[in-house]
Design a protein around this ligand. Structure first.
Ligand code: ADP
Length: 149
């Protein structure tokens, strides 16, 4: 079974990698789909991910042969259809994530009932790691290397 793991991965963290390491035991193939989150960036005018970003994500997942990395700029469910994927993989760290993920999953089910969202709960040691936290600490000059994938 093919799963699409969509996200902004801005940047990809060891939390994303930990989730992928568990997900490769469940799915035959996982496509990390690097997209633009229109609620976090400026809508459709946001710049597409740069090649270097895709390459660095590819390097981070190189030891997982079932994982591919691609960028996309359409609806996640349309991307799933193009790729023949029937699963959207997401992660949840806390209640705030849960509410957010449930809303996205509900919308995706409305527009694509044949595509199921599968959510993995973050392991406690990764539950505080988020791309936004890494970005914010980095912006203030803190060394964030240990959280980067
Ligand atoms: P988005 O911008 O769509 O929220 P992200 O790149 O921030 O995308 O995250 C992609 C997915 O990975 C989301 O479902 C998010 O909840 C999940 N995720 C992010 N960090 C972690 C983590 N530390 N542990 C588990 N899941 C995570």
């Amino acid at each position: 079974m093919i799963a699409v793991f969509p996200g902004s991965f801005d940047p990809m963290t060891i939390g994303h990698i930990a989730l992928l390491k568990r997900a490769v035991k469940i799915f035959d193939k996982i496509i990390v789909a690097v997209g633009i989150n229109t609620s976090k960036e400026c809508g459709r005018n946001a710049a597409p991910p740069k090649d270097e970003k895709l390459e660095s994500i590819r390097r981070a997942v190189a030891d997982m042969p079932q994982v591919e990395v691609e960028s996309y700029s359409c609806l996640t469910t349309d991307f799933c259809r193009i790729k023949g994927a029937h699963v959207i993989l997401r992660g949840v760290r806390d209640n705030a994530d849960f509410e957010y993920e449930r809303k996205i999953a509900d919308i995706n089910r409305l527009i694509a009932p044949d595509i199921e969202t599968v959510i993995l709960l973050a392991e406690p040691e990764y539950a505080t790691i988020s791309s936004s936290m890494v970005r914010e600490l980095a912006a203030f000059g803190h060394d964030v290397t240990k959280w980067l994938a």
